[in-house]
Design a protein around this ligand. Structure first.
Ligand SMILES: [Zn+2]
Ligand SMILES: [Zn+2]
Length: 107
């Protein structure tokens, strides 16, 4: 499982590990940002473009932070509000920079 980076908006860039203690997030593959709690309980949205051709909507991951955990306590994916798809694609500006460094899991 992976989520959209709230810092650089790369889709599926933050690997998420779920276990009995909750969830653990790895640094973003692209900008190395680690989703962390600030001071309060809050929800941080991270959006990426919808993967459906010609759909201009976006898919949003909500990182939910509690007051006593540094890591997010939950990450919830909200599908595209236009078409309902939960699939993300890379923003156009990221596509060329990424090159062939990583295999595309959708292929
Ligand atoms: Zn990032
Ligand atoms: Zn869509």
């Amino acid at each position: 499982m992976a989520s959209i980076c709230p810092h650089c908006s790369h889709p599926e860039a933050v690997a998420v590990l779920e276990n009995a203690d909750g969830i653990y997030v790895f640094p973003c593959l692209f900008c190395h940002h680690v989703p962390r709690n600030g001071v309060d309980e809050h929800t941080q949205p991270a959006a990426a473009p919808c993967a459906v051709p010609r759909c201009g909507g976006s898919v949003v991951d909500h990182y939910v932070y509690g007051s006593d955990h540094v890591a997010p306590v939950a990450i919830t994916r909200y599908p595209c509000t236009w078409c309902g798809s939960a699939r993300t694609r890379e923003p156009d500006h990221a596509r060329s920079a990424r090159g062939r460094a990583l295999a595309d899991p959708r292929l």
